[in-house]
Design a protein around this ligand. Structure first.
Ligand code: ADP
Length: 451
C-alpha cells in the first residue's frame, strides 16, 4: 500500500480523497494555490504545499510544481481527483518516470479515451454499442455532408478532444452543416488546441445513462450499476440518480455486464465511467471518463462500496477483492450539485458565505469543502457542495431530498438550491419522466420564475 498520497486537487473532491486516505491509514499531502491557503483540504491534510498563484494553469495544472511538492514531502503516489490533470496521460507518464504512482488508469487507456474518435472505435471493437456517426474525423465539408445524409439529419458535430460540453454543435438540416462544422472547429481549437471534429446522429430525447466500472489492470473488472444523469444544463449534469427510473434490473445488469466484459478485455485499471445515451430501449456509447466522477457518491450510496478506497487499492496493486456477485444494490439515491450560481441564469456568484447549515439525518450525505465565513474564490468551478440522499425506494428518496433541501442554508451567495427545491416538486421529475433536454425546456418556459 502507499505510504503518503499527494492530492493534486482542491475543494470537495480533495476532502473526499483525504477521507479515504485517513481510513486507509495513509498520510496525506494537500497542495493549494495562494487563493486556497485557508481551504478545508489544506487544514485537514497532514502536510500542505503551496504550488502557485490562483490561476489553475499556474497552480493545480502546474506539473513541475506538483513534482517538486512530491519530492519535498516524499509522497509515493498522486491522486488527481476529477478535472485538472485527472485525464492527462502525459502527467501520469511523467509521474511514473519519477517513480511516483498515478492513482488512475494506464496512460495508454487515458489517451485512447481522451480522443473521442479513438474511444468510439475502441468501444465498437469491444462490442459496446455506439451512436451512429462518422468512423473517424471529418476532413472536409463534402465528406461530412455524405455521412450526415447517410445517418440522417439532425446531426451533431463534436470535438474529438471534447469535454465539459464544449465544441458541440447541432445541424438540424443540410443548410446548417457547414456553419456547425466551422463553429465546432473554432470552439474546439480555442478550448482544446485541437480542431478535429466528428459527426454523430443527434438523438432527440435520449436519457444519459452511465455505467460505473472498477478494474484491477490484469483482466478482472466489475460494474457497479448505472447512474441516470439526464438532467443537464448546457450539457452539464446537475442531478444524478441510481438506479435509472427508465431501466429495470435486467436491462441494467445486461448493459453493465457488456461494459464489464469490455473492461476485462481492455485490462482496465481503476475506476471509470462508460457513458451512453439511451433512447427507445437502445444504448449508444458516447464516451468514457477515466477518473473518479463528481457523481460517484450515488453509486456508493446504493452499493455501500467506497469507490475511492477501491480506486487506491487497485492502484497500489492490491488487486480486486470484489467479485461481481459481491455487488449488491440497496434502494435509491439522488445527488444534487449545489452551485454558487443564479438558479435561473446560472451566472456564477462567488463571494463570502455568511451562514452555512447543511442538512443531516438518516440517508443524507453532504460532500462539501465550504464552511461558515468561507469565501468562494472566483477562479475555479462554482460547486458549493453535493447533496446525496438515499432511501429504500425512489419515492422515499424524493421525500428525503425535499426535506433535506428545505433544511439547507447557504447565505451570502446565490445558489442553485431554489432550482432543486422546485425540481423535486415537478411532476415529470417525481414520475422519473425526463430526458437530456427536459431542463432546457423547463428553463425556456420560465424555470423557477414560472412556478
Ligand atoms: P462532454 O465530454 O463534452 O461532456 P459528451 O459526449 O459526454 O461530451 O456529451 C455530453 C452531453 O451532450 C450528453 O450527456 C448529451 O446531453 C449531449 N449529447 C452528446 N452526444 C449527443 C448526441 N449524439 N445526441 C444528442 N445529445 C448528445
Amino acid at each position: 500500500m502507499f505510504e503518503k498520497i499527494l492530492i493534486a486537487n482542491r475543494g470537495e473532491i480533495a476532502l473526499r480523497v483525504l477521507r479515504a486516505c485517513k481510513e486507509l491509514g495513509i498520510s496525506t499531502v494537500a497542495v493549494h494555490s495562494t487563493a486556497d491557503a485557508n481551504a478545508m483540504h489544506v487544514r485537514l491534510a497532514d502536510e500542505s504545499v503551496c504550488i502557485g498563484p490562483p490561476a489553475a494553469r499556474d497552480s493545480y495544472l502546474n506539473v513541475p510544481a506538483l513534482l517538486a511538492a512530491c519530492e519535498i514531502t516524499g509522497a509515493d503516489a498522486v491522486h488527481p481527483g476529477y478535472g485538472f490533470l485527472s485525464e492527462n496521460a502525459r502527467f501520469a507518464e511523467i509521474l511514473e518516470e519519477h517513480n511516483i504512482h498515478f492513482i488512475g488508469p494506464k496512460p495508454g487507456h487515458i489517451r485512447i479515451m481522451g480522443d473521442k474518435i479513438e474511444a468510439k472505435r475502441t468501444a465498437r471493437r469491444l462490442g459496446i454499442p455506439v451512436v451512429p456517426g462518422s468512423d473517424g474525423g471529418i476532413t472536409s465539408d463534402a465528406e461530412a455532408m455524405v455521412i450526415a445524409k447517410t445517418i440522417g439529419f439532425p446531426v451533431l458535430v463534436k470535438a474529438a478532444a471534447g469535454g465539459g460540453g464544449r465544441g458541440m454543435k447541432v445541424a438540424q438540416t443540410p443548410a446548417d452543416l457547414s456553419n456547425a462544422l466551422a463553429n465546432a472547429r473554432a470552439e474546439a481549437q480555442s478550448a482544446f488546441g485541437d480542431d478535429a471534429v466528428y459527426l454523430e446522429k443527434y438523438l432527440a430525447q435520449p436519457r444519459h445513462i452511465e455505467i460505473q466500472v472498477l478494474g484491477d489492470g490484469h483482466g478482472r473488472a466489475i460494474h457497479l450499476g448505472e447512474r441516470d444523469c439526464s438532467l443537464q444544463r448546457r450539457h452539464q449534469k446537475i442531478w444524478e440518480e441510481g438506479h435509472s427510473p427508465a431501466l429495470n434490473i435486467a436491462a441494467s445488469n445486461s448493459i453493465g455486464e457488456t461494459v464489464a466484459k469490455a473492461m476485462r478485455e481492455l485490462e482496465y485499471l481503476g475506476v471509470g465511467t462508460v457513458e451512453f445515451l439511451y433512447e427507445d430501449g437502445k444504448f449508444h456509447f458516447i464516451e468514457m471518463n477515466t477518473r473518479i466522477q463528481v457523481e460517484h457518491p450515488v453509486t456508493e450510496a446504493i452499493t455501500d462500496i467506497d469507490l475511492v478506497v477501491e480506486q487506491i487499492r487497485v492502484a497500489a496493486g492490491g488487486g480486486l477483492d470484489l467479485k461481481q456477485e459481491d455487488v449488491k444494490f440497496f434502494g435509491h439515491a439522488i445527488e444534487c450539485r449545489i452551485n454558487a450560481e443564479n438558479p435561473q441564469t446560472f451566472m456564477p456568484s462567488p463571494g463570502k458565505i455568511v451562514a452555512y447549515h447543511p442538512p443531516g439525518g438518516l440517508g443524507v450525505r453532504v460532500d462539501s469543502a465550504v464552511y461558515n465565513g468561507y469565501t468562494i474564490p472566483p477562479f475555479y468551478d462554482s460547486l458549493v457542495g453535493k447533496l446525496i440522499v438515499h432511501g429504500k425506494t425512489r419515492s422515499e428518496c424524493l421525500m428525503r431530498l425535499k426535506r433535506a433541501l428545505d433544511e439547507f442554508v447557504v447565505d451570502g451567495v446565490e445558489t442553485t438550491l431554489p432550482l432543486f427545491r422546485t425540481l423535486v416538486r415537478e411532476k415529470d421529475i417525481i414520475d422519473g419522466d425526463y430526458h437530456i433536454h427536459w431542463l432546457e425546456d423547463f428553463l425556456a418556459k420560465g424555470g423557477i420564475d414560472r412556478v
